[in-house]
Design a protein around this ligand. Structure first.
Ligand SMILES: *[C@@H]1O[C@H](CO)[C@@H](O)[C@H](O)[C@H]1NC(C)=O
Ligand SMILES: *[C@@H]1O[C@H](CO)[C@@H](O)[C@H](O)[C@H]1NC(C)=O
Ligand SMILES: *[C@@H]1O[C@H](CO)[C@@H](O)[C@H](O)[C@H]1NC(C)=O
Ligand SMILES: *[C@@H]1O[C@H](CO)[C@@H](O)[C@H](O)[C@H]1NC(C)=O
Ligand SMILES: *[C@@H]1O[C@H](CO)[C@@H](O)[C@H](O)[C@H]1NC(C)=O
Ligand SMILES: *[C@@H]1O[C@H](CO)[C@@H](O)[C@H](O)[C@H]1NC(C)=O
Ligand SMILES: *[C@@H]1O[C@H](CO)[C@@H](O)[C@H](O)[C@H]1NC(C)=O
Length: 461
């Protein structure tokens, strides 16, 4: 040691301690037909105090808009390209050449994710191709000396078959050896991160009777959970979920791979049958997690005290074209017109007392009563008529009452017929997984649309 020149020692110190900072960023999803331009979005991202941004593709307009800012960018190879890239170094090279090289280093691209929640949402044959594709992409980056860009892939909590107690965290047996092990080996060898999507909201909303809401919102002062095996004590659900992944990695022999929170957040609104999706809870969760993640010195989690956890909140905007339940379209910090849904500062510097008061939550208890599913006002007539046919074709008697001469035929309008068909379909098929969505053409209502002798079927909660 005495023989090493001093500057070498400093070099070593700066690399080991300064490598990752605790900045919080935001996920810039684009599934809306009413969103601000990339240029306006950059300003909004900056005004939020975000130092990182993640996009779900390699949109050149967005990559270009972030040039000459100090915002670190994560970009993505789409799931659909993984198989082909895993088979061809040439394709990986050309992808990097056309999607990364033109923007680097003016745009501070730092992470290249190969796929988004591939295990959760894409066909099985893609799964074993993730790591081979990551290797090829990394080779291409090395060829261009793009050494600051780390390669990773983002994964959801459904990778685990057990997450409770946290010390029992275990990856699913169908993927642990063939897929997760090679992934962890790659991440360890390349000093990259396990990108994790973690949503205490969904865990709580699935079981609000057993899980305390304040515990999920980082608001509980007196509720703790002690893991009987590790003896670690938890004060919030987020730490519990993250540590279950830490223990699962440990079980596979990779205890030190760092975790990057690729997505977390809380919906500011949702459907009538979705508990706890409101502005009050969303603001509380996001403000509290920002405070935790930006704290200095770093807090970490019970299993990893003091570790820096880089992170990205989901999401920048409410995205009106995201499919699925209403919460999916309401994770935004911002409305599509750029206004704040609630006060938030991702740098963690604004005290909560500086924000406007929040509206009181009114759906923190499960909804009890009847719900109907009706056509959205101003729905596209061609699409609505197709959805009406679809809803009616699913059950033999679903649409009998709207046939000519029957009690719901009049008013003979597309809106009323579709509303009847959606309500009837939903009440018949909800148990089997049917939803009140129809590509955004349908919406839930607690107000009975029935009239005269025409009774609309309902779902009772
Ligand atoms: C993958 O490669 C096959 C064979 O070359 C091609 O037919 C297919 O279109 C490619 N898929 C994508 C998503 O580019
Ligand atoms: C621990 O995980 C296993 C599956 O990996 C599960 O069968 C078991 O019930 C879990 N233990 C507890 C106490 O939940
Ligand atoms: C925690 O504190 C609240 C308010 O002071 C109280 O109502 C609740 O019973 C306490 N819970 C526990 C588990 O001690
Ligand atoms: C990789 O694994 C080795 C052995 O567990 C460990 O010492 C090292 O810290 C790990 N590195 C990273 C970056 O995870
Ligand atoms: C922006 O959109 C929100 C939500 O739709 C709305 O409440 C607000 O009034 C709009 N603001 C402006 C300036 O249009
Ligand atoms: C209405 O929906 C149809 C079929 O889905 C589509 O082709 C058409 O472009 C839509 N029209 C408008 C105005 O959005
Ligand atoms: C519709 O009727 C057919 C023939 O009677 C029957 O096989 C089928 O199960 C029915 N479908 C539903 C959804 O009730």
């Amino acid at each position: 040691m005495g023989l090493l020149p001093l500057y070498f020692l400093f070099l070593f110190l700066s690399v080991s301690s300064g490598e990752i900072s605790n900045f919080v960023g935001v996920n810039y999803g684009q599934l809306g037909n009413n969103l601000p331009s990339p240029k306006q979005s950059v300003k909004l991202v900056q005004s939020l105090g975000a130092k990182r941004v993640k996009i779900y593709d390699a949109n050149p307009g967005i990559l270009d808009a972030f040039k000459d800012t100090n915002i670190q960018v994560s970009m993505m190879v789409p799931n659909e390209l993984i198989i082909n890239i895993s088979n061809s170094q040439k394709l990986a090279d050309s992808w990097v050449e056309s999607n990364v090289v033109p923007f680097y280093p003016k745009t501070k691209i730092r992470y290249l994710l190969v796929g988004n929640e591939v295990i959760s949402g894409s066909p099985k044959e893609i799964w074993p191709r993730i790591v081979p594709a990551m290797r090829k992409i990394r080779n291409s980056l090395k060829t261009h000396s793009l050494n600051k860009i780390k390669v990773a892939t983002s994964m959801a909590m459904d990778m685990l078959e057990s997450s409770f107690p946290p010390s029992n965290g275990t990856f699913r047996s169908d993927i642990a050896d063939p897929i997760v092990k090679p992934l962890l080996q790659f991440l360890n060898r390349t000093k990259s991160f396990y990108f994790l999507d973690v949503y205490p909201y969904f865990a709580w909303a699935n079981d609000p009777k057993s899980i305390n809401l304040d515990y999920a919102l980082f608001e509980s002062r007196n509720i703790t959970y002690t893991d009987p095996d590790s003896r670690l004590t938890y004060t919030n659900l987020f730490d519990q979920m993250v540590d279950s992944v830490v223990f699962a990695m440990k079980r596979l022999g990779y205890p030190d791979v760092r975790i990057f929170i690729a997505e977390t957040g809380w919906p500011n609104a949702g459907d009538i049958d979705q508990i706890g999706a409101n502005i009050y809870n969303a603001a509380t969760y996001n403000r509290n997690i920002v405070k935790k993640l930006t704290a200095k010195p770093a807090i970490g989690t019970p299993a990893r005290p003091g570790w820096v956890i880089p992170s990205l909140i989901f999401a920048l905007y409410n995205e009106n074209q995201k499919p699925g339940p209403g919460t999916e379209r309401h994770f935004g910090l911002l409305n599509p017109n750029g206004s704040y849904v609630y006060g938030i500062d991702l740098s963690g510097k604004t005290p909560v007392s500086d924000f406007e008061p929040l509206p009181k939550p009114d759906n923190n208890e499960p909804y009890k009563g009847k719900i109907w599913c009706v056509a959205a006002r101003r729905a596209n007539a061609t699409a609505l008529s197709a959805a009406l046919s679809y809803a009616c074709s699913q059950g033999n008697t679903t649409c009998d009452p709207i046939q000519p001469g029957k009690q719901c035929f009049k008013p003979d309008s597309l809106y009323w017929h579709a509303s009847y068909a959606f309500s009837s379909y939903w009440s018949q098929f909800k148990k089997a997984g049917g939803s009140c969505y129809f590509n955004g053409l349908a919406t839930q209502t607690a107000k009975d649309p029935s009239f005269g002798r025409c009774k609309f079927p309902s779902v009772t909660l």
